[in-house]
Design a protein around this ligand. Structure first.
Ligand code: LCS
Length: 402
């Protein structure tokens, strides 16, 4: 027997992640893992059935851009883990973010966004959105009063990442949601850095959550994908327009990889967080490091907020830190490590090290980079699930050579 929705309600996070939401699979074969429906289209019994499905008078699959059973398992399972009414999966995090913004915003609308965002999210808001007639104001989203002051009568949505890439600044989710509610505007939060195991923005009243599922949800650095979680009404509108008509859909095999990734999300996030806490504490004591940005450190200016929003006492695997000696020191550290992998992206099982100013955030001009703490000497580490002592030894050896 397959579990029904009320059975799931009483289950813990890990159990729900390990047992994906599976509806009827009535071909009698009953595979243990969900099948990959690697098909672009679905058969109709006859012309009338095709017409009924297109008219919405009969449920059932039509064409994989409009829905696919493997993708649906991922969407429902991910939504369940975010405590959302429903979910939608996309070809990439940027596919998810752009679809949400296209769905929510129209020409003449205004968006208030955090000034600290992943480089391509920022360039989407700075380049494409204004070209389509949407005004965007970037604010310091750690300061709720700055967000409030930026509101205008035509503001339609507020957008932030928390923790933000790569500054590790936090947004007060409860306050952010309350501001949106009071102003009658939608709140959108990118939960990529935390994953639903460590933080569930919808529980604080946020309207829409987006993810680069490329990162912790996939977890192994082998898939590019995005997810959206929200109430069922918003997801239905997103699927009915921005997903259907723009078409940045995920493929069935990539969806299957994410269903598999979710099963170990809790184990990985626990270990990523423990390793990152240990490395952040080590870096903070290192004479060649000027500053460490990690919400799990008491020195993080929003450490109390981090404890409130991450009640498990785990603060994720992402650290950024500023080297004494600026760009040259950062470059030499990145060139000197052997075990840490010199690559962008994050959330893989191995530790990745990169230079935000010249890589992930190079789409932001230098003046704006500096405003959000992306200095030439800033290094970003996506701490993996290796043995922590080995990572510290690798970093120590590279630091000694500086
Ligand atoms: N949101 C955040 C917070 C991200 O870090 C990224 C990608 C995206 C959205 C976009 O997701 P994608 O389309 O790549 O799945 N961040 C990257 C990074 O920091 N390094 O490489 C990609």
């Amino acid at each position: 027997m397959l579990m029904n929705d009320s059975d799931r309600k009483n289950l813990g996070f890990s159990t729900r992640a390990i047992h994906p939401v599976r509806r009827e699979e009535d071909d009698g074969i009953r595979p243990h893992t969900p099948p990959i429906y690697q098909t672009s289209t679905f058969l109709f019994e006859d012309v009338d059935q095709g017409a009924r499905r297109f008219a919405g008078d009969e449920s059932g699959y039509i064409y994989s851009r409009l829905g696919n059973p493997t993708i649906r398992i991922l969407e429902e399972t991910a939504a369940d883990l975010e405590n959302a009414g429903d979910g939608a999966a996309f070809a990439s995090g940027m596919g998810a973010i752009s679809a949400v913004l296209m769905q929510v915003l129209s020409s003449g609308d205004h968006l208030v966004a955090s000034r600290t965002l992943y480089g391509c999210t920022y360039s989407l808001m700075q380049g494409i959105l204004p070209r389509m007639g949407v005004e965007v104001t970037f604010v310091d989203a750690t300061d709720l009063s700055a967000i409030e002051s930026a509101l205008r009568p035509n503001t339609r949505a507020l957008y932030a990442e928390t923790p933000a890439n790569p500054s590790m600044d936090l947004v007060d989710l409860e306050g952010f949601a309350a501001l949106g509610e009071e102003a009658g505007v939608l709140t959108i939060v990118d939960n990529t850095f935390m994953s639903p195991y460590l933080q569930r923005p919808l529980d604080w009243g946020i309207d829409i959550v987006v993810h680069s599922a490329t990162k912790y949800i996939g977890g192994h650095g082998d898939v590019v994908a995005g997810l959206v979680a929200s109430d069922a009404e918003f997801i239905a509108s997103l699927k009915g327009e921005a997903m259907k008509d723009i078409g940045a859909i995920i493929g069935p095999f990539d969806a299957w990889l994410l269903i598999r990734g979710l099963k170990t999300l809790q184990l990985r996030m626990q270990r990523h967080s423990e390793n990152a806490q240990c490395i952040a504490e080590w870096l903070e004591e290192h004479p060649r490091v000027r500053k460490v940005n990690y919400p799990g450190l008491p020195s993080h200016p929003q450490h109390d907020l981090a404890r409130k929003q991450n009640p498990r006492g785990l603060f994720g695997g992402m650290i950024s830190f500023e080297m004494c000696g600026g760009y040259e020191a950062g470059r030499d550290l990145l060139n000197g490590v052997r075990l840490c992998t010199l690559a962008v992206s994050l959330g893989a099982t191995d530790t990745l090290i990169e230079h935000p100013a010249s890589m992930t955030h190079s789409t932001i001009d230098e003046e704006d980079q500096l405003k959000v703490g992306i200095t030439p000497g800033l290094v970003r580490l996506s701490v993996g699930v290796e043995d922590c002592e080995d990572l510290i030894r690798d970093l120590e050896r590279a630091m000694e050579k500086l």
